[in-house]
Ligand binder design. Sequence first.
Ligand code: AMP
Length: 211
Amino acid sequence: MNKILIMGPQGAGKGTQAEILAEKLKIPAISSGSLLREEIATGSDLGCEVTKFTEAGTLVPDELMVAIIKKRLAQPDAVNGWILDGFPRILSQVELFLNFVQPTNVILLKLNDENSVERLSGRLQCKECHQGFQEKFVPSKTHPFCDVCGGELVRRSDDTPEIIRQRLQIYHKETEPVAKKFEDMGILSRIDGSGTIEEVAELVAGVFVTN
Ligand code: AMP
């Protein structure tokens, strides 16, 4: 059973690569950030609580985050495996996570800060179907609308230069030690995330061919 984590800095392509690999392995791709944005969209009390953190680019408290992830991994579509992106991203979350699940593989997509900022500054998402685009590298042919469903393309509210810098700072300080922990456990694969979507997807798929 594949229980895969995808890690990497903002803009490294975690969500995109998780979706591609999920299709290949026929398991769901689950993103912690998307789970939070879905909760916010419902207008629930939990969603309002979470907004305070996501809008500031700071981390949602561990207990809250772990409860949301645990609930999602218990859904029927995840019984035969899953790919998780965005969690765990600090060491305290790793400890809590390893108490209830043992990941089989961790993919670390590498990207330098300059490329992260460049990719995120031009990132767009369809308001309706959530398909992702990038103004320069993966533009929609029907900009400012979605190629897939015709929906309006919008920027994420936390993809502003100031908040991107804040999120990258957290990544270097808090998330890099997480990668080291998984490396010590012998389940980490470092992949160059700077190529095209197809190039990176090939490198990621290679990890599972040889396994
Ligand atoms: P992302 O879509 O992964 O960039 O996440 C967007 C925002 O959601 C982050 O800036 C955090 O506020 C929150 N978030 C996502 N994943 C986590 C996590 N594992 N722990 C705490 N907060 C998270």
